[in-house]
Design a protein around this ligand. Structure first.
Ligand code: NCD
Ligand code: ZN
Ligand code: ZN
Length: 447
């Protein structure tokens, strides 16, 4: 039951994937009831008890962000992140929905473990969390996880499971991967694929002592090709996680082209995500941070050619969504070489600066990439847009706010940002979850 009073958001620039206009929004019972264009008479005196937030005509109101890929490290690694710290980081970054990967301790490989996590997240009431189920027991790549025991389609029986993934590694066995994809197809949900399982050429280069940036590229390209082929056979929906090389982009573009030709039994669904760090940074940043420590991430930060190819792929729709791959680690773990960057609290600003302020895409398109499209990939038809009947998950953004990344101020326990000290433009001031304000930046009072 949602007992929060109504919320009137007055005089905003309203932005979603198809909208960019001045207006106001009325939320009640956690759901958007009305979207009023500027100039419409607001029935304010007839509205029940409510709070009003004023946008002053310049602040942006957008759908809350939807993250297809985060690591909350819960259970098992509270020194890196917990459900609580991860959820607080998510709302501070403007997220209303987060998919959490299964590489925890223990691995989320049963319905019971996933359900416990979901219940705990719901009790916090900050963000709608979707645990992924691992493809194999313990992510050991030997025996299928619970997925073959589940009844499909999952959207009917277990609607809080929307994605399967072995993220952190790949399922090496072709046969097991094929069976997992078939189960996912039967269950009607996508499999997010990490894509760095080497192949002989990458293994040879690795054994010969070639640098990581050399063999990891061969590995990503090989793995991407492999899961596309397996998905073609299994007919499932494969989602490629954290795409980083130009060659992978080309493979995905080509495969999507054939998919569009609807070649009968060849038909399958292919979607792909890019991370803010691969869209905005290159290996120069990794070198400066320390290739084996603070700059280490899977896949590694690549060249400017790769980065531009990723941006092109965002422009032509080859990349469907932006996902953080929020991967918090402790300082000690980073110094030992743990790969990954904390990312939930900087993703909006990084993408806005790189893509919108550089005039590559509009704010509406960024909203599509960070809200509507990831919601569609998850089959969540009730969010990611700003229209009546959609969830009251919205964010207030000051697109001009200047601030500086200070990991010490992150809600996330992971301070391993690749951009500490970076001057940023654009900030999430308020996050609204089902009509309730769950985050308010102190900066909103400064501006
Ligand atoms: C992730 C992690 O730390 O769990 N690390 C990373 O470098 N991206 C795993 C992953 O996303 O592959
Ligand atoms: Zn991964
Ligand atoms: Zn990941």
């Amino acid at each position: 039951m949602n007992l929060s009073p109504g919320l009137l958001l007055r005089d905003f620039r309203l932005v979603d994937e198809t909208l960019d206009m001045p207006g106001s929004v009325w939320i009640e019972q956690g759901v958007i009831q009305d979207v009023f264009p500027q100039g419409a008479t607001l029935p304010e005196t007839r509205l029940p008890m409510h709070r009003t937030i004023h946008g002053g005509g310049t602040l942006v109101l957008m759908p809350a962000l939807v993250d297809l890929h985060a690591h909350f490290r819960d259970p098992g690694y509270p020194e890196k992140e917990t459900l609580e710290s991860g959820s607080l980081a998510a709302v501070a970054g403007g997220y209303g929905t987060v998919v959490c990967m299964a590489n925890t301790k223990p691995v989320i490989d049963t319905l019971a473990k996933a359900k416990t996590l979901k219940k705990r997240a719901d009790a916090l009431g900050l963000v709608d969390l979707y645990p992924v189920l691992a493809l194999t027991q313990g992510m050991e790549g030997k025996v299928l996880s619970d997925i073959h025991l589940l009844k499909g389609p999952l959207s009917k029986t277990e609607p809080w499971i929307r994605m399967l993934s072995e993220d952190g590694k790949d399922v090496v066995s072709d046969e097991l991967l094929y069976r997992a994809l078939q189960e996912a197809h039967r269950l009607g949900i996508p499999v997010s694929c990490h894509c760095d399982a080497g192949g002989p050429e990458a293994e040879e280069a690795k054994a010969a002592g070639k640098p990581r940036e050399f063999w990891s590229r061969i590995a990503e390209n090989h793995a991407t090709q492999r899961v596309i082929e397996r998905a073609r056979q299994a007919q499932g929906h494969v989602h490629i996680a954290h795409v980083s090389t130009k060659e992978s982009v080309d493979l995905i573009r080509k495969a999507k082209g054939t998919q569009q030709e609807k070649t009968g039994p060849q038909g399958f669904t292919l979607t792909a995500e890019a991370s803010p760090h691969h869209l905005c940074l290159t290996h120069g940043t990794a070198h400066a941070l320390g290739d084996a420590t603070w700059g280490r991430v899977n896949p590694p930060l690549r060249t400017e050619v790769d980065r531009q190819a990723l941006i092109e792929a965002v422009l032509d729709g080859t990349i469907d969504a932006i996902a953080t791959d929020h991967a918090p680690h402790t300082e000690a773990d980073k110094l030992q070489g743990a790969p990954g960057f904390t990312g939930l609290e900087t993703s909006f600003a990084l993408c806005q600066m790189e893509l919108v302020l550089q005039d590559r895409i509009t704010l509406s398109r960024l909203s599509a990439l960070m809200s509507a499209s990831p919601a569609r990939i998850l089959g969540l038809t009730d969010r990611g847009r700003m229209a009546p009947k959609f969830r009251g998950d919205l964010i207030v953004v000051d697109t001009e706010a200047a601030w500086q990344v200070n990991p010490d101020l992150f809600r996330s326990r992971g301070k391993n940002s690749p951009v500490p000290g970076l001057p940023c433009t654009g900030r999430v001031l308020i996050t609204i979850y089902q009509g309730r304000v769950v985050f308010e930046s102190f900066l909103s009072h400064d501006s």
